[in-house]
Ligand binder design. Structure first.
Ligand code: MLT
Length: 387
């Protein structure tokens, strides 16, 4: 049986690959500590679980969901955008429920990219930006990123022949995996670049709520001119410990929202309305869980950064996200060091190169593991490095 040619060009999903290696070792009885995927260890806050318990008993919710998401959910998302960022949106025209932001990021390609086109993706970024292009028989052009430029993807030197066939610019700040944050000036430059080159700007804002040291992440939609070129993808996964629920939303440019909605209503039938009801409780209920979570991750960040410096792995404290981005020791590639840690320390981390070419030389450590396991992981890493 022949599968489609574009599957031959699609690498296995980074975390599916890592999970397979982890599970193989676990099956041999090895006790693994996973600092790989960003999957919060704490449960979803109780008021959200309670809302779900009630919503699941409502027979109206047992029928097909609204394709675009229930109006109540889209309204809650827009109210949250107003309260959190001061951004006014029309729930009927400028908002769409997603089955997690990953789904929206993957499907936006279908709405905007033709075979042979390009997407502009950060050279270190969420793998779905380029994976979605491959699935459309399109190409990814990677925008250089480096520690020197604060991990801000540079769109200054895109070759003219790429730019003429480019359809989407993907950005995501606070950034997965580097933890970098963007300045308002950087967002303004990106918006101007998209205006000048007729590009859709897709801003992945999945980590907006997890921030440290007093930093508050913005929405790109706060910036002037954004609404004409940009959509922003939000996820409830990290903000409300809801990775398993698969719920998020897209907001912003009406043409892009409607086009994504058309793709989705042909491909899926929306997210279970009871989950949308629970998400309404998350977005419109008490928000103190977010501050508590950020405080927890900040403590873990400091704990891990101190421990990594103590064993000679250099890293900077991120202002946001649930990740620490650290240099691998001299003499190792990202994958070699990741494999050493898995086989000798029984610790899973993510190789930086899995996020794109400029990620080589780095690993990503997820902070979604209890403190004692984080410290035990660093102790094991030290032992495997220094004996
Ligand atoms: C991550 O760890 O980068 C994400 O949680 C993975 C994902 O969303 O697939």
């Amino acid at each position: 049986m022949k599968t489609a040619r574009n599957l031959d060009h699609l690498p296995p999903y980074l975390f599916a690959q890592i999970d397979a290696k982890r599970d193989a070792l676990r099956a041999q009885g090895v006790e693994i500590i996973s600092l790989g995927i960003g999957d919060p260890d704490l449960p979803t806050p109780p008021h959200i679980v309670e809302a779900m318990a009630e919503a699941i008993r409502n027979p109206d919710n047992h029928r097909y969901p609204d394709y675009a998401g229930s109006l109540a959910f889209r309204t809650a998302a827009c109210d949250w955008m107003r309260q959190r960022f001061g951004v006014e949106l029309d729930a009927r025209r400028e908002a769409l429920a997603l089955i997690g932001s990953k789904e929206g990021i993957a499907h936006i390609h279908t709405a905007f990219v033709n075979p042979g086109d390009y997407v502009l993706a950060p050279s270190i970024g969420y793998p779905v930006y380029s994976g979605g292009a491959t699935l459309m028989h399109a190409h990814s052009h990677f925008l250089p990123m480096s520690a020197q430029n604060g991990w801000l993807a540079s769109f200054d030197e895109v070759p003219a022949e790429v730019l003429s066939r480019a359809r989407i610019l993907f950005l995501g700040y606070p950034n997965n995996p580097t933890g970098a944050v963007a300045t308002p000036e950087y967002f303004d430059q990106a918006i101007a670049f998209c205006h000048a080159n007729d590009l859709l700007l897709v801003h992945d804002n999945a980590y907006s709520e997890i921030s440290f040291d007093g930093y508050r992440a913005p929405s790109i939609l706060e910036r002037p001119g954004a609404r004409e070129v940009a959509v922003e993808m939000f996820s409830l996964s990290k903000s409300y410990n809801m990775t398993g629920w698969r719920i998020g939303f897209a907001v912003g440019n009406e043409t892009a929202i409607q086009a994504l909605g058309t793709v989705k209503n042909n491909l899926d039938s929306g997210q279970f309305t009871a989950i949308q009801d629970a998400a309404i409780a998350a977005l419109s209920g008490p928000q103190d869980c977010i501050a508590k979570m950020s405080a927890l991750y900040q403590r873990r960040r400091d704990l891990v950064i101190d421990a990594l410096w103590a064993i000679g792995l250099s890293c900077e404290p991120p202002k946001a996200t649930i990740y620490v981005w650290a240099r691998v020791p001299d003499g190792y590639s990202s994958v070699e060091f990741t494999e050493k840690l898995l086989s000798e320390a029984h610790v899973v981390v993510t190789p930086g190169s899995g996020y794109g070419p400029d990620g080589e030389g780095y690993i990503r450590i997820s902070l979604t593991t209890p403190d004692e396991q984080l410290l035990e992981a660093v102790r094991r890493i030290k032992e495997s490095l220094h004996g």
